[in-house]
Write a protein that binds this ligand. Structure first.
Ligand code: PXP
Length: 238
């Protein structure tokens, strides 16, 4: 069965906008699991713009909820993650000025450092994934570094689909990478910018075992939840 990981960073963004407690990402993690998600994804960024240390600690300690923690390869973040002990780790590139993770890791740099990081997580029995661009070279490097999984960055595909541009080359690139990754023994995940259409397109590739979706899913949930909440307020004030 294909798995859906739900990224709840944007719930923390909404909470932080008020600097108070609502909406609570810990409640969100439980709610999302109850609603059928297979795992929860949170990104503990170096700038802590959404998920905070305490959120990550609490969410990772929830029982029966599989947590995929995204972090950069900064040594402080690695040590923190080793202490928090999530079920899964996804290493991502980070750039302070970006609005969101803009591309995959540059795997040609810091090979030994990355290999050691993966080894540290393996020793703690934490499944490790590398967030990469759809590139055969990066797939092969991920395997050589000892990663369990790769998460293919689908941002370019998503942008092309949204702009109604020709996306067939990019879709084909992802397909090829997924086939090769699976063949050499890597588990294949996909994520970034996914909406209904891109998820449907990528679901045709049986090699992709996990989808990690955040922004669009949370955005859609606002519309699906609005009428219920409005009715509740109308009832209170009637
Ligand atoms: N996967 C990874 C590795 C990410 O960094 C992100 C964004 O934080 C996502 C998936 C989810 O992307 P989106 O919020 O665009 O669905």
């Amino acid at each position: 069965m294909r798995r859906l990981g739900v990224n709840i960073d944007h719930i923390a963004t909404l909470r932080n906008a008020r600097g108070e407690l609502h909406p609570d990402p810990i409640f969100a993690a439980k709610f999302v699991k109850k609603a059928g998600a297979d795992s929860i994804t949170i990104h503990l960024r170096e700038d802590r713009r959404h998920i905070k240390d305490n959120d990550a600690k609490k969410i990772c300690s929830l029982k029966k909820i599989l947590v995929n923690l995204e972090i950069s390869t900064n040594s402080k973040m690695i040590n923190k993650a080793l202490k928090i002990k999530p079920n899964y780790i996804c290493l991502v590139p980070e750039n302070r000025k970006e609005v969101t993770t803009e591309g995959g890791l540059d795997l040609d740099k810091n090979k030994n450092k990355n290999k050691n990081i993966i080894l540290k997580f393996k020793k703690k029995k934490i499944r490790t994934s590398l967030f990469i661009n759809p590139s055969i070279n990066d797939i092969k490097t991920s395997y050589k570094l000892g990663s369990d999984c790769v998460e293919i960055h689908t941002g370019r595909l998503s942008r092309l689909v949204k702009l109604k541009k020709n996306y067939s080359k990019e879709l084909n690139r992802i397909k090829k990478c997924s086939i090769i990754a699976k063949k050499i023994g890597l588990e294949v995940h996909a994520g970034h910018g996914l909406d209904y259409k891109t998820t449907e397109l990528l679901s045709r590739f049986k090699e992709i075992e996990e989808f990690n979706i955040g922004h669009y899913l949370i955005g859609e949930s606002v519309f699906f939840g609005l009428s219920k909440v409005i009715k509740k307020f109308k009832k209170i004030i009637k």
